[in-house]
Design a protein around this ligand. Sequence first.
Ligand SMILES: [Zn+2]
Length: 133
Amino acid sequence: MDSVRCFPKHEVLARLAVEDVICHIPSVEEGNYGRKLAVQTDQGTINVSIASKKLLTFRQSLSCAGCGAQGAYFLLLRNPLAKNRCSLELFTDEGELMTRDHILPKSLGGGNEMGNSQTMCLVCNSEKGSKIL
Ligand SMILES: [Zn+2]
């Protein structure tokens, strides 16, 4: 499979439907930060972390807080430059990367807690920068 725009060095191991990932992400209340998802790939089963704060944010909302773009699918990516670490990344149908935004930017004292997190596409997040919407 091809690599993707934001991750030129990464290898795409699998493409997953949103609903096949979201249902496995624990809620904030569960807070099971060790949980992993077993993904079948051409290279065998990959156990990838499913409880990052980024994925918990996507569980709360799949749409960009700025423009409303919808997360449509996940790619399981492997980074050969970082000990082959694998991660799940969310994209829109147009191939735009979805990110976790800090509502109150960290540079302005915003915390890392989930209450300060929202889903945002990379375009809106880049435009927002260190501002508050
Ligand atoms: Zn957006």
